[in-house]
Ligand binder design. Structure first.
Ligand SMILES: Cc1cc2nc3c(=O)[nH]c(=O)nc-3n(C[C@H](O)[C@H](O)[C@H](O)COP(=O)(O)OP(=O)(O)OC[C@H]3O[C@@H](n4cnc5c(N)ncnc54)[C@H](O)[C@@H]3O)c2cc1C
Length: 380
């Protein structure tokens, strides 16, 4: 790989890096080198065919594409056809299945009542007032002040405890600004107008994005191992962890991650839906994914199915998934961002670079905006 004369070096072949590389090659008509330390493109959206069942699954957790933006939808559709999958999440609690986010069906089934939408506010107000929380001081109090204790204890408490491995009383209010909640029977998880799963999986999308004579992709290539070979005129577009870029000089940003345990079950359909939450503390996992349901259009085996149990834990540097949005990490990220602003030839972004949870639509959006900046600089 020739790096000294490379004008554009993109670090990370996830959505952020791939969109920028695609734009540089197709719009700017310039050569661009893309590196990724993993052995595949696609970042956390990578999907592959499970060898024993033939079912497409998402290696880093179920990914549903959803966007409210026609611009992003048109853009992504240049690289993929989408099936009409619309996401729904269910929650098993005490051996009964409820709809999530909490909606009118959840409330009526849970309390065994038959409220109408216009009666929900008054009903919940009574539940909330029983606790008399005026100034919530932690996650638990905030959640109870929004939906009352019984719903909180059934659907939020155990799940949150497993997700963060902390008592919700010890979690800051800041990580809970609102609880998704519906006063009607709407069971769709996302409101976005455009949703779906790429028919030939996400990896195909990335292959198409990066398939250009001006794009050179190098996998199994860690930025920190080639850093000193990069020319001084190269623009580095980096979507790895921002603290690592600066050798953790202000300290390490904390991340949460997930372990996935795959199981093959000898039935056609194990749970009837792609994602089932488990709110109870006594169940060790938070969710079970059954990826066959993401592709109802496919002819999958009838004698077996793939399920994947999800176990949250702190990240040890291998798979940073979710930022920890507390005061300590927020103050660290501000210090790192100030460092980036002082540099000329480096742009740091994407979810790892900005230390933010972005849905795919947000990532593509910031990548397209970052590309506009690159283009303006290029023509200046
Ligand atoms: C469990 C989970 C479920 C999700 N589900 C959804 C969903 O349903 N819908 C949705 O819209 N979004 C979802 N997302 C968000 C989605 O994954 C992100 O929006 C998207 O992956 C961000 O793309 P990115 O390019 O910024 O980061 P990434 O996809 O993480 O790509 C960054 C790349 O940089 C590489 N890299 C890092 N350091 C180096 C280095 N030193 N050298 C070389 N390469 C390096 C990494 O290997 C990685 O491939 C989910 C995220 C998670 C964690």
């Amino acid at each position: 790989m020739e790096l000294k004369s490379t004008r554009f070096l993109v670090v990370g072949a996830g959505f952020f890096g791939s969109v920028i590389a695609e734009r540089i090659a197709n719009d700017l008509k310039e050569h661009v080198v893309v590196i990724d330390k993993r052995n595949h493109i696609g970042g956390n959206c990578y999907a592959e065919i499970h060898p024993e069942t033939g079912i497409i699954y998402h290696k880093y957790g179920t990914h549903i594409f959803h966007t409210p933006s026609k611009i992003i939808w048109d853009y992504i559709n240049r690289f993929a056809g989408f099936n009409g999958y619309r996401h729904q999440v269910l929650n098993t609690y005490k051996e009964k299945v409820y709809q999530m986010p909490i909606n009118l069906e959840t409330i009526n089934a849970f309390y065994n009542i038959n409220l109408k939408p216009f009666e929900v506010d008054a009903f919940l107000s009574k539940e909330i007032q029983k606790e008399n929380i005026t100034h919530p001081a932690n996650f638990e109090e905030k959640a109870i002040s929004l939906i009352g204790r019984p719903l909180y204890e059934a659907f939020i408490k155990g799940y949150t405890k497993k997700q963060w491995q902390k008592d919700p009383k010890e979690l800051p209010v800041s990580i809970l600004s609102r609880l998704p909640f519906r006063k009607n029977y709407d069971e769709s998880y996302y409101f976005s107008r455009w949703q779906g799963i790429p028919i030939n999986d996400y990896t195909e999308v990335f292959k198409k994005m990066l398939d250009h004579p001006k794009i050179e992709v190098h996998l199994n290539t860690d930025f920190f191992e080639i850093r000193d070979r990069i020319g001084k005129d190269t623009l580095i577009i980096y979507s790895g962890p921002i603290d690592q870029f600066f050798d953790y000089k202000f300290g390490k940003l904390e991340w949460r991650t997930l372990d996935f345990l795959e199981k093959i079950i000898p039935v056609e359909d194990y749970q009837g839906t792609s994602v089932m939450n488990y709110g109870e503390e006594s169940v060790p996992y938070t969710r079970i994914h059954e990826p066959r349901h993401l592709h109802p259009e496919k002819d999958y085996p009838k004698d077996k199915t793939l399920i994947i149990e999800e176990y949250p834990r702190p990240d040890d540097g291998t798979n940073p998934f979710y930022p920890v949005n507390d005061a300590k990490n927020q103050s660290l990220i501000l210090k790192y961002r100030e460092e980036v602003n002082r540099m000329d030839n480096v742009m740091i972004s994407g979810r790892l670079g900005n230390y933010k949870y972005y849905d795919m639509t947000d990532t593509i959006d910031i990548a397209l905006k970052t590309y506009d900046t690159i283009k303006t600089r290029y023509h200046a």
